[in-house]
Design a protein around this ligand. Structure first.
Ligand SMILES: [Zn+2]
Length: 592
């Protein structure tokens, strides 16, 4: 027997190791703010994956490729002219993404859609050229048909890339392995006339039989073993491909909002490793598909690790790419701050005061450290301004001041429609809470004043206008500021349940009793939507051990050092507390 490790396979190995091309753009993040909360979709998925791969040094910048927007001529190889024309209107895009028409900045959404599709086209050309795998961190829009979009898919990047390859002279057999949790209805109808195409799919739900698809519909929560057995069977039936598209869906995880397959992260990685082996030496384009779970980014990062290193090595539970990325940027900004800082003993304002010019009101630097310029530059570097620009705002201005209620205030304004709007407003102070020094957030509001409330996006207590979808970034920036100030935590007092709910994974109530009741409330009433819960609390229809419950606005804290030692106390209160809804409310909710 000749050993299987030949020079050829070694060469493949090395190719995986170093040169895997990955298409990515910062504008892969859809500029929509309303849909993430409902579907569990993380609009930052591609960012998190790239930050993880770079910060943990799995890849170098040289692995990244920048896509160009798919041209309309390319899209028209698959989609009808009428349909493509309709994509310049808000309503059809709003239907595809399940948001309200006002929430759709058409040009920016189409920019993201076309960039994602352009990434798949380029990745396909490159896969054919290198006879190996390529990855596009956005794409796998398998629900888009020739003249309609659906389920977050406006155009079918797989079919478009295949049609472009055909147009450029590729004649071999195309295989589409659709391993997203949902069936490839759109892809099948887009590619039905291409006789040398085979589509195989494993799904956790069925939309009826799809002509031309070798589809296996698995039972709900089938788990890793049954899934992988079905995958092996599918790979056996797969004809020898000359080009493969793999939709390595991120919605296969257990507890995914929209997928029902029930896989673990290990199961998803094993899936990718088995497919990678089956496609060894075949040009293959790997796409993320869906993913409606907090950990879906790890499935996609895992796909890259499977191709790059052929490894089962798990991504650690605590690995937080945004924290790592922001910390690196902050170190860079700190270094810049030291070189650019003016001499502390004299500044223009001091001179102005000396010669009798009107001094500016309020502090010129936040927390004794941050100038308005430094804060605006940081907002740019951390990606906030880019996102706000895509939402239609520009000409940003930061104002520093003091709040009448105490604390220092930072306000970020942006202009749109000929007026200036307040977008971010923060009041902070350094103050002890529960015996430790904290960065105390008196007030934080993230406002999208051009957006509107609707049944899809209900108004929460305390909200004047809808939010910006940037709370995660702001929390991370508070962590950085607190670290830089040398304090031991970040604290605030949530005036409403929904505010506490949003930060529940990082912040805990200082009072163990309150933390216990909060956890019991999530346990007992967790089936209600945030809006239903807010309404029930505000109207006094939530009962704690059968007595009316009022929201207690106590302090919550995120400890940067040692965690609180109150688990037993919290558990004791939690086990004693039973939350129910007053009868009338239960009846009202059931009838909806
Ligand atoms: Zn899906």
């Amino acid at each position: 027997m000749v050993p299987r490790l030949t020079l050829g396979s070694l060469r493949h190995w090395r190719r995986w190791d170093r040169d895997l091309p990955i298409w990515y753009d910062v504008e892969y993040r859809l500029p929509l703010t309303a849909f993430g909360k409902r579907t569990g979709l993380e609009p930052r998925r591609a960012d998190l994956v790239v930050w993880y791969l770079l910060e943990w040094k799995w890849i170098a910048r040289a692995n990244l490729r920048t896509p160009a927007r798919a041209r309309y001529e390319e899209l028209a190889r698959v989609h009808s002219e009428e349909y493509l024309e309709s994509l310049s209107e808000r309503e059809p895009l709003a239907r595809v993404f399940g948001v309200d028409p006002w929430d759709v900045p058409v040009d920016e959404v189409m920019r993201t859609v076309r960039l994602g599709c352009g990434g798949t086209i380029a990745a396909t050309r490159d896969a054919l050229a290198r006879r190996g795998p390529t990855v596009n961190l956005m794409g796998g829009f398998h629900h888009a048909g020739p003249s309609h979009g659906a389920g977050l898919c406006a155009v079918n990047d797989i079919a478009v890339a295949a049609a472009v390859a055909r147009h450029e002279g590729f004649e071999g057999r195309i295989v589409v392995l659709d391993l997203d949790a949902h069936p490839p209805d759109g892809t099948a109808s887009c590619m039905r006339r291409d006789a040398s195409t085979w589509i195989g799919s494993l799904s956790g739900s069925s939309s009826g039989s799809i002509p031309g698809v070798d589809e296996t519909v698995l039972p709900p929560r089938c788990r890793d073993r049954e899934y992988l057995a079905a995958l092996d069977a599918l790979l056996t039936r797969m004809p020898e491909p000359d080009l493969a598209f793999v939709i390595a869906g991120g919605d296969v995880l257990d507890d995914d909002h929209l997928g029902h397959l029930g896989l673990t992260l290990t199961g998803a990685r094993t899936r990718d490793l088995r497919v990678a082996s089956a496609l060894s030496g075949v040009p293959s384009v790997w796409l993320p598909g869906g993913g409606y779970h907090g950990e879906a980014w790890k499935v996609l990062a895992g796909t890259v690790l499977a191709l790059l290193r052929h490894t089962h090595k798990a991504i650690q539970p605590g690995d937080n790419p945004m924290a790592a990325r922001f910390a690196r940027l902050a170190r860079h900004l700190d270094a810049m701050g030291r070189t650019l800082a003016p001499p502390p003993e004299l500044s223009f304002d001091d001179v102005a005061e000396e010669i009798g010019m009107t001094p500016r009101k309020g502090p010129r630097v936040l927390m004794g450290r941050y100038t308005a310029e430094a804060l605006e530059y940081a907002a740019y570097r951390f990606g906030l301004l880019g996102f706000l620009e895509r939402r239609g705002y520009g000409q940003f201005r930061i104002e520093l001041g003091t709040a009448t209620t105490g604390g220092e205030r930072v306000s970020l304004y942006g202009s749109a429609d000929g007026a200036e709007h307040l977008l971010i407003d923060v009041v902070v102070e350094r103050r002890p809470v529960d015996g430790i020094d904290t960065l105390y957030v008196h007030w934080l509001t993230l406002r999208d004043p051009r957006a509107r409330f609707s049944p899809r996006r209900p108004k929460m207590p305390g909200q004047e206008v809808p939010g910006l979808g940037l709370a995660r970034e702001l929390t991370q920036l508070f962590v950085l500021a607190a670290t830089r100030l040398g304090v031991e935590g970040i604290a605030f007092a949530p005036a409403h349940y929904h505010t506490a709910y949003v930060v529940r994974s990082q912040f805990r109530f200082v009072d163990p009793g309150q933390q216990g009741r909060f956890e019991a409330m999530m346990r007992d009433l967790g089936d209600l939507s945030l809006a239903e819960m807010a309404e029930a609390i505000e109207s006094g229809r939530v009962l704690l051990n059968e007595a009316p419950f009022r929201w207690e606005p106590g302090e919550m804290i995120l400890r940067l050092g040692r965690p609180a030692d109150d688990a037993a106390e919290v558990a004791a209160v939690r086990e004693q507390a039973r939350f129910t809804l007053a009868e009338s409310v239960s009846a009202a909710l059931k009838s909806e």
